[in-house]
Each structure stands twice: as structure tokens, then as C-alpha cells.
Design a protein around this ligand. Structure first.
Ligand code: ZN
Ligand code: ZN
Length: 410
């Protein structure tokens, strides 16, 4: 079996863990059609009722940003909402293939991009909140496109770069191993040990420090829960687990939306909607970004932070050892799916309501009162380094090392 088919099988069987009779919606760039078709076949073999496609083409998207009249960037087409709300309310599973050219939108007015995203995120709020509270199974996967592969391996000609990126991806999702499904089970067991440590201590705060300049304390809300690897579907007649990202190496929860003080310095570039932001930092007071800077792409960062009130607050804290398998490969992927699994990170914007006890059943007001951030954005950025130290503060004020020299202290 080719590894492309093994990855497709993993995404269907372990990723969305497709149920018999369930509909699968596949969002894919046209360049990844071969992989998308492989997912389709695996899905029917797993008993799918129907596999539905949502194709995209980033090159024509770029033409739209360059040439379309200004007013369309505040609109989201009605059909898209009908499509996604309909399938999510019908309990479909969703596979997204993320493989964009990291510099696709270089030179495009960042206001156009943020307006368009905002219009889509407002229109698709129902669908997004269903996925973010685990009412639908979803999985993000990636396969190489030529533009992306060239950016990751600039020294190699196109076909060689594609092959090198494909080999790297195969390794990160363990399809290079004899029994990838068994390899994922072993991986989940390792993540479970970290979850037991973090959930067992129920820290009220985490303190970060490294030589890059990060010096930050975040508060964790009462009732927060750490997750990693799989998630349990919420509200299904028969509960089952799914894995939302393939690869995944992180364990994560939410910071309290009012509880971050100090400076965070990013340690990897951020690919935000086809624009690169490099060498950036944030200063936070009582949870809010009050100052920021970047060596490159500062105006993109500003547009992102100005999306709404919650865009300046943290919605995710994730721990990944500096010596995680993806990190050890030493490849900068310029793709959040991989880079976030090579480094400790935070996200600005919306928090996953599942990360607090009872969260999926809480109203918007109750979530805010519990410290759960809300926003139209959720953007991960990396802060891990080989000298990162993290101290956990217990309810009684005692301190427990969580990270030493960039890795788990347990
Ligand atoms: Zn994350
Ligand atoms: Zn995230």
C-alpha cells in the first residue's frame, strides 16, 4: 500500500473515525485531488453514506484578492453557510486538507484578507462552534503542493522538493512505520501520561521563561481540562473518539481570558492567511495584548489583533517538548499543522469550550464568566525553545517544575 493511501486510511479510520452511514465532507485544494480521492475511497470502504467535496484553488483566490471590486470582501456567500450548516447539523464528519503556499498573499492588502475572513467567520459561526465543541468529528491533514514544497526546501528542484516534503509528512504521521494504527495507539498512551500529570496537578497558573525574552505568567481557569491526541464526540447517541489534527504532538488547554501578564517572544515565523510574520512579540496585561512588534509583517499582525475584542486575548496554551519527533526533524514547515506540533505554543482568539468542565453546555455569557475567550479568530503561534522553563503553581501556592530545558520535567 502506498503511504498516500495509508495516510488517507489513517485520516478516515483514526482521524474522523468515520461511522457507518455517516456523510463525509472533504475540503481540498485542487492540487491535492489525488489524496482527496484516496480519502473518498477509504471513506466508502469504511461505510460512508456519501463523500461530498468542497474544492478550492488558491491561485484563483489570489486573482480575486488582486482584481475583484472592494465590496465583495465584506460578504460571505449564502450557499456556503447553507452547505456547511446543513452538513454539520446532519452530523457529517469533516476532513480539511491544508496545503497552502506560505507566501501566496504576499503584497495583498491585509485589510482585504482580514475583512474576508471576518465575513466568513461571522457567517459560519454556527458551523465553527459545532466543530470547536466536538459536536462533529473533524480532522485536518496535509499533503504537499509544489509551491509549498519549494518554500520548505528552497534548494531542491520542484519534484525533489515535493518528494522530500512527502517523506517528512509521512514520518510525522507515522505512516512510515509498519503498523501506523498501532503506532498511533502507542503515541496516545504517551500523551495520556502527560495529561494525567497536568490534570492531576490542576495548576492555577503557569510561569514561562527563556533567553529569547519570554517572561510570562498565565492563569488557568478553575475546571480547566488538558487534552491531547483524541477528543470525544459530544452529543452523539453512541460516543466515539476522533483525532482533529494529524499529526498531533501537543497537549493543550485554555488560559483564563483575563489571566496573562508579561512578555511572549515568538520563536518561529507565523503563516497568517498567506502572509509571513517574523520575529514578533506581544506584551500582555491582565490577559490583553497591550503592545506588540514584529521584524516582518507587523501590519498583518495588527489587522489580526484588530479583528475583535477577543483577538487580543489568549484562547489556547499547548505544551510540546523541544525534542518532539517533528521538532527533531529540524524542518520549518510554514504550516501551522506541523509547526505547532514542533513547539510549545499559544493561540490568540477563541478557546475550545471543551477545555473547561461543562463548557460545551454553557451559554456564551456563562463561558465568558468562566474565563473562556471568544473571538472570530484562533491563531496559533510558537514560543518553544531548548531553554524554555515552565513552572506550575498549585492552588496552595507551591511550585512544581513542568518544563526544564525545553522538555517535560516529569
Ligand atoms: Zn495547538
Ligand atoms: Zn490552536
Amino acid at each position: 500500500m502506498k503511504s498516500i493511501d495509508q495516510y488517507a486510511r489513517l485520516v478516515v479510520r483514526v482521524g474522523v473515525n468515520l461511522r457507518k452511514g455517516q456523510t463525509l465532507v472533504v475540503s481540498s485544494p485542487i492540487e491535492c485531488a489525488e489524496f482527496a480521492r484516496s480519502v473518498q475511497k477509504e471513506a466508502y470502504e469504511a461505510g460512508a453514506r456519501e463523500v461530498v467535496f468542497r474544492w478550492s484553488d488558491e491561485k484563483s483566490a489570489r486573482v480575486t484578492y488582486d482584481m475583484a471590486p472592494d465590496e465583495i470582501f465584506d460578504e460571505s456567500p449564502e450557499w456556503l453557510k447553507v452547505f456547511l450548516d446543513g452538513y454539520s447539523d446532519g452530523n457529517a464528519a469533516f476532513v480539511s486538507i491544508a496545503a497552502s503556499d506560505p507566501e501566496l498573499m504576499k503584497g495583498v492588502d491585509p485589510k482585504r484578507i482580514s475583512r474576508k475572513n471576518k465575513a466568513n467567520n461571522v457567517a459560519l459561526e454556527h458551523y465553527r462552534s459545532r466543530l470547536m465543541s466536538n459536536r462533529n468529528a473533524w480532522c485536518v491533514a496535509s499533503v504537499p503542493t509544489e509551491a509549498w514544497a519549494r518554500k520548505v526546501f528552497p534548494g531542491k528542484p520542484g519534484p525533489e522538493a515535493m518528494e522530500a516534503l512527502w517523506d517528512a509528512i509521512a514520518k510525522t504521521v507515522r505512516v512510515d512505520q509498519n503498523d501506523p494504527v498501532a503506532a498511533w495507539r502507542a503515541h496516545q498512551a504517551a500523551l495520556n501520561a502527560r495529561l494525567a500529570f497536568l490534570n492531576g496537578h490542576a495548576f492555577k497558573a503557569l510561569r514561562y521563561r527563556n533567553a529569547a525574552g519570554t517572561d510570562l505568567t498565565i492563569a488557568l481557569p478553575a475546571g480547566h481540562v488538558w487534552f491531547g491526541g483524541g477528543d470525544d464526540i459530544v452529543g452523539a447517541a453512541e460516543p466515539y473518539a476522533f483525532v482533529a489534527n494529524m499529526p498531533t504532538e501537543e497537549v493543550f488547554t485554555m488560559p483564563h481570558r483575563d489571566g496573562a501578564d508579561g512578555k511572549i517572544v515568538s520563536t518561529m515565523p507565523l503563516n497568517y492567511n498567506g502572509n509571513l510574520v517574523e520575529d514578533f512579540w506581544f506584551r500582555l496585561e491582565r490577559g490583553v495584548v497591550v503592545d506588540f512588534g514584529a521584524g516582518k509583517g507587523v501590519e498583518v499582525l495588527k489587522e489580526m489583533l484588530d479583528t475583535d475584542e477577543g483577538a487580543r486575548r489568549l484562547g489556547e496554551v499547548a505544551l510540546v517538548p523541544y525534542e518532539s519527533p517533528i521538532s527533531k526533524m529540524g524542518i520549518l514547515f510554514y504550516n501551522t499543522l506541523f509547526d505547532e506540533n514542533a513547539s510549545c505554543h499559544f493561540a490568540l482568539g477563541k478557546a475550545y469550550p471543551t477545555c473547561i468542565a461543562g463548557g460545551p453546555e454553557m451559554s456564551k455569557e456563562e463561558l465568558l464568566a468562566a474565563g473562556v475567550n471568544d473571538s472570530l479568530i484562533h491563531v496559533d503561534f510558537m514560543v518553544g525553545s531548548k531553554d524554555l522553563e515552565i513552572i506550575g503553581v498549585m492552588a496552595d501556592g507551591s511550585e512544581v517544575p513542568v518544563f526544564k530545558h525545553g522538555n517535560f520535567a516529569l
